[in-house]
Design a protein around this ligand. Structure first.
Ligand SMILES: *Cc1c(COP(=O)(O)O)cnc(C)c1O
Length: 495
């Protein structure tokens, strides 16, 4: 039997002697590789250009993407990445510059980074920003390392614990323990807020800080955020803000004004740089005045003020007590150009409107779905909300089955089983760029699934039915990673 085309490997394609590229004639003397580096037996496929293009285009179609359908993956903010970002990032002056070029040759690049630092500081309410971190998690690491450096700088060395709410993203406890801190988990109260009494009980002289996500990963604004921050500050601790969820706050609330000392931004979430396979990520950190000297560097600074018709001169600046360098060269510069473009094209009003629509879309979906699903914390949500993916009268059906069935309707599943404090979690984040028609189609699918759960549960438990591959064994997939050559030749499940 011939293999279904989608499971063919590039190693199966081609034939000896086929060529996809032609090199120009040599115009320099030929020289070989150093002895020992040359191999005769490298089993590379010999394929035509058309075979290669078809192969990779086919592979790209096996995956769901934001360009093929709705992608409500809560907390990940899988929003549309405007095409103009790609155009600016490809301008030769940006794309072909080299990080070792002297500052005076790349003033345009430095200007982009400088204004992005300034704009992110303005958006978050902070005194300084470093663009170095390459992901949200690395921004967290930078933030917690700055908190540690701050305490050590003051000779305040007995502080050894970080508080983290039980709804937090897994990177928060990982970051804290990587930085040498003891993690103390703080439970949420019945409204989905940090339990203030439990928090206060931990606020003592051993407290280094709190890592807080606001809106939290239940999609809820911390109703007592100012009291929470005050309690931590009163004990001498600092407050880290996980800013991956800034999509609800742009132009509306500034974490710095609320009292956060440090926060990371996810350019690949809120600021429309590609996310997932399209990465790389970028997780700049913003800090209040008392942490500016600790920022990872170098960062871009004005070294000579400009005149009326004259641009300022930009250069590199390493903060006095910097925690050091986190990334080769200057961070993900291509992503800086994209985020800069996005902020510039939106303007202040546009950014506020982004957040207003993100919140409106989430509340619209929540209102429509609560007829058929239990909303975990039924109050006005921010950019996302959490449903329970289970029913008392459909015991055999789980959140995972709902997610798998959604794929048959062309929708990416919501986030499953996170945050951990809700049973059978479905965490839904529509983002601001979806039309009402798309949101309504998603609601229709979710309502039909709720009906199927009672009437024909096996349609859910055996889903998906229309995707190139059927239901995967996810545990096995995680334990036995097959990353290249031996993909099992499983035929598509056909109804
Ligand atoms: C995505 C996310 C992170 C981590 O960001 P990465 O760029 O994936 O490292 C941290 N916290 C929250 C709440 C997130 O949603």
């Amino acid at each position: 039997m011939t293999q279904p085309v989608h499971s063919q490997l590039i190693y199966d394609l081609g034939a000896p002697g086929r060529r996809g590229v032609r090199f120009p004639e040599l115009d320099v003397p030929k020289s070989g590789l150093p002895a020992g580096l040359e191999r005769e037996d490298l089993p590379l496929p010999e394929v035509s250009e058309l075979e290669v293009l078809r192969h990779f285009t086919r592979l790209s179609q096996l995956n769901h993407s934001i360009l093929t359908g709705f992608y409500p993956l809560g907390s990940c903010t899988m929003k549309y990445n405007p095409v103009i970002n790609e155009e600016t990032a490809r301008l030769p002056g940006f794309a072909r510059s080299h990080p070792l070029q002297p500052a005076e040759m790349v003033q345009g690049n430095l200007a982009v980074m400088y204004y992005l630092q300034e704009w992110l500081a303005e958006i978050g309410g902070f005194a300084g920003v470093s663009l170095q971190p390459a992901a949200g998690a690395q921004g967290e690491l930078a933030g917690v390392m700055m908190i540690r450096a701050y305490h050590q700088d003051r000779g305040d060395t007995q502080r050894n614990k970080i508080l983290i709410p039980d709804s937090a993203h897994g990177t928060n406890p990982a970051t804290s323990s990587m930085s040498g801190y003891r993690v103390v988990e703080i439970p949420s109260d019945e409204r989905g807020n940090v339990d203030l009494d439990k928090l206060k009980a931990e606020c003592d002289e051993t407290l280094a800080g709190l890592m807080l996500t606001n809106p939290n990963t239940l999609g809820l604004f911390e109703e007592q955020v100012e009291e929470v921050i005050k309690a931590v500050h009163a004990a001498g601790g600092l407050v880290y803000g996980d800013g991956a969820n800034m999509n609800a706050l742009l132009g509306i609330a500034r974490p710095g004004d609320l009292g956060f000392d440090v926060l990371h931004y996810n350019l690949h979430k809120t600021f429309t740089t590609p996310h997932g396979g399209g990465g790389p990520g970028s997780g700049p950190v913003g800090v209040a005045e008392h942490l500016v000297d600790f920022l990872p560097g170098p960062i871009v600074a004005v070294v000579e003020e400009g005149g009326e018709d004259e641009a300022p001169l930009f250069g590199w600046h390493t903060p006095a007590k910097t925690i050091g360098r986190l990334k080769a060269f200057h961070g993900q510069f291509g992503m800086h150009v994209r985020a800069f473009t996005y902020i510039l094209t939106q303007g202040a009003d546009g950014l506020r409107s982004v957040s207003e629509h993100a919140v409106l879309n989430a509340n619209y979906l929540m209102a429509k779905l609560q007829k058929a699903y239990e909303v975990a914390y039924p109050r006005t949500c921010m950019h996302e909300f959490v449903l329970e993916g289970r029913w008392k009268d459909a015991e055999g059906v789980h959140a995972l089955d709902i997610s798998k069935r959604l794929m048959d309707f062309g929708f990416h599943p919501p986030t499953n089983y996170f945050p951990l404090i809700v049973r059978e979690t479905l965490m839904i984040e529509p983002t601001e760029t979806e039309t009402k028609e798309t949101l309504d189609a998603f609601v229709d699918a979710m309502l039909q699934i709720a009906k199927e759960a009672r009437e024909e549960p096996e349609t859910l438990t055996s889903a998906p039915h229309t995707t190139p591959f059927g239901r995967m064994d996810e545990v096995q997939a995680a334990r036995q990673l097959v990353l290249c050559c031996e993909i099992p030749r499983q035929p598509a499940v056909v109804d």
